[in-house]
Structures are given as structure tokens and as C-alpha cells.
Design a protein around this ligand. Structure first.
Ligand SMILES: CC[C@H](C(=O)O)C(=O)SCCNC(=O)CCNC(=O)[C@H](O)C(C)(C)COP(=O)(O)OP(=O)(O)OC[C@H]1O[C@@H](n2cnc3c(N)ncnc32)[C@H](O)[C@@H]1OP(=O)(O)O
Length: 253
């Protein structure tokens, strides 16, 4: 399976399980995310959702280029991008707190997934970045919109997007994207992070998160995410994008 879903006493853990592809997101992973979001919406005993990746090299390397490079037109790209865009919107607006437990590289769409979560715990060796610019596209799953909503200084958020490169854990913490940096066991880092929160009734967590979600609804967050996705789909058709993907897929041949 390309993903695992575990329920650890009310803490739901979704693991992208494609280590050989640095946990790249394919259609199966997208369907898995849809499944875990539905499970949480139906199961009131879940207090937290944690998203992480298998192994220690990558949290998620973004969209699976070997699968998605076959999408050539704006509409073909928009279909894939908007599927994941809707999933990330449902993730970002879940009633429970969401934690990105970043065990390794989170790049491209992987950085978007992490940014759609409420909290980001980053392994000290992990590097994260919105590298879409190196492929001559922009964030295409809503991650740019979420980044500007996360309270980073505007100049730091914009630079992270425009740099289109991976930042190390210390810099991610310095700019305010990472909430914690951890060494060693990600399970221990998670346990320590939620220790105090677990003592508080989940209805309190959810009431506080609802304050932010109400603001997002008033500010037409969903429409802004879909506009971002449409812009990425338009860039997808470019020769520059297709040539960059070709170079990546043929780099070692
Ligand atoms: C809107 C989202 C957007 C979209 O999908 O439209 C994107 O996410 S665009 C950005 C897509 N992602 C990337 O460009 C990242 C590509 N990967 C890397 O930069 C590196 O793999 C990295 C930094 C994640 C890890 O580097 P490392 O040296 O540890 O591993 P390798 O590069 O040697 O990769 C090992 C193995 O995995 C395959 N791989 C890695 N990432 C992807 C990917 N995104 N899609 C498909 N396959 C991927 C890589 O080709 C290697 O395969 P192998 O068969 O062993 O050569």
C-alpha cells in the first residue's frame, strides 16, 4: 500500500509509504488522504491527525513526476491539481488539529502538504522548500495560499516561494515555518509535542481552530486556492515545465 492509516488512542497517523520514490504523491496516496479525512469526519473520537512519511530521507517529494509528467494540457493538469487541491483544503479545514511530522525532505507539493497542516515538527536533517519554480510552475495544490495565511512575515513567505529552493531546519524555524526542530525519534518528538494538548478536551482544541476557519471562510479561502491552482495549470503546459520534468526523470540515465 502507498500509505498507512493508524489510530493510536485518538491520534490518527497517516504515513505516505513510497520510500523508493521519496514518498511522492500519486493517485493512490491522494485517495488515501481522502479516506483518512473522511474517517476523521465520521469518527468523533479522533483528536489529532498526524501526517508523516516512511523512512528518514523524505516526508514527501511532491507530485509523482513519473505519473504526472504525462499530463500535457492545462485541463489535464487542472484535473490532477484540483483533485489534490480539494483534498488539501479539506485537510486544512479539518476540525481537529493537524501535525506535519517532517521526517525528511518536504519539497514541492510535499511542502504544500506540510503547510496545509496546523503544526510543523521538522527533523534536524530535513530540508523543505517550494521547489516548483525550478520546474517553471508555481504551487499547484493551494500551498501558496496557506503559506500566506500561516502568519509568517510577508517578505519571508514570498521569499520562500520565489527562492524555489530547500531551506534547512534552522532557517525554517527562524522564519517561523517550523514550530519545532527535533533530533532522533519522530515518535518521541510527537509524543512530547502533544503531551500537554492531550490533557485538554478535544472540544477546546476544535473550538479554537474554528475561529481561524471562520476567518478563512469569510475571506473566500477556497476560491483563492482554486485560483492558485488554475494559475499553476496554465504554466503546466509550458515547454520550460515539460523540459524540466524530462531532465529530472532522465538525470541518472
Ligand atoms: C503541485 C505540486 C507539484 C506537482 O506535482 O505538480 C509538485 O510537487 S512539483 C515538484 C515535484 N517534486 C520534485 O521535483 C522533487 C524531486 N525529487 C527530489 O528533488 C529528490 O528526489 C529529493 C530531494 C526529494 C530526494 O533526493 P534523494 O537524493 O534522497 O533521492 P533521489 O533524487 O535519488 O530519488 C530517489 C528515487 O525517487 C525518485 N523520486 C524522487 N522524487 C520523485 C518525484 N517527485 N516523483 C517521482 N519520482 C521521484 C527518483 O526519481 C529516484 O528514483 P530512481 O528510480 O531510484 O532513480
Amino acid at each position: 500500500m502507498a500509505y498507512k492509516i493508524e489510530n493510536d488512542n485518538g491520534v490518527c497517523i497517516f504515513t505516505i509509504n513510497r520510500e523508493e520514490k521519496r514518498n511522492a504523491v500519486n493517485d493512490e496516496v491522494m485517495n488515501g488522504l481522502r479516506e483518512v479525512i473522511s474517517y476523521i469526519k465520521e469518527n468523533k473520537s479522533i483528536s489529532f491527525l498526524v501526517i508523516t512519511g516512511a523512512g528518514e530521507k523524505a516526508f514527501c517529494s511532491g507530485g509523482d513526476l513519473s505519473e504526472f509528467h504525462s499530463l500535457k494540457t492545462e485541463e489535464q493538469a487542472f484535473s490532477m491539481l484540483s483533485k489534490m487541491g480539494n483534498i488539501l483544503y479539506d485537510l486544512a479545514t479539518l476540525r481537529v488539529p493537524t501535525i506535519a511530522l517532517i521526517n525528511g525532505a518536504a519539497v514541492g507539493g510535499g511542502c504544500e502538504i506540510a503547510t496545509a497542516c496546523d503544526f510543523r515538527l521538522v527533523a534536524s536533517h530535513a530540508k523543505c522548500g517550494f521547489i516548483q519554480g525550478t520546474l517553471s510552475i508555481t504551487t499547484g495544490w493551494g500551498g501558496g495560499t496557506y503559506l500566506f495565511e500561516r502568519g509568517l512575515r510577508h517578505d519571508r513567505a514570498l521569499k520562500m516561494l520565489v527562492d524555489a529552493k530547500s531551506y534547512d531546519a534552522n532557517l525554517l524555524y527562524e522564519i517561523g515555518w517550523a514550530m519545532r526542530i527535533f533530533e532522533g525519534s519522530k515518535e518521541q518528538a510527537l509524543d512530547e509535542f502533544i503531551l500537554e494538548m492531550r490533557k485538554i478536551h478535544p472540544s477546546v482544541h476544535q473550538a479554537y481552530k474554528e475561529i481561524e476557519l471562520r476567518k478563512w471562510k469569510e475571506r473566500n479561502m477556497y476560491e483563492r486556492v482554486m485560483e492558485e491552482i488554475r494559475l499553476c495549470a496554465k504554466l503546466w503546459e509550458s515547454d520550460a515545465h515539460n523540459e524540466a520534468v524530462y531532465r529530472f526523470l532522465n538525470k541518472s540515465k
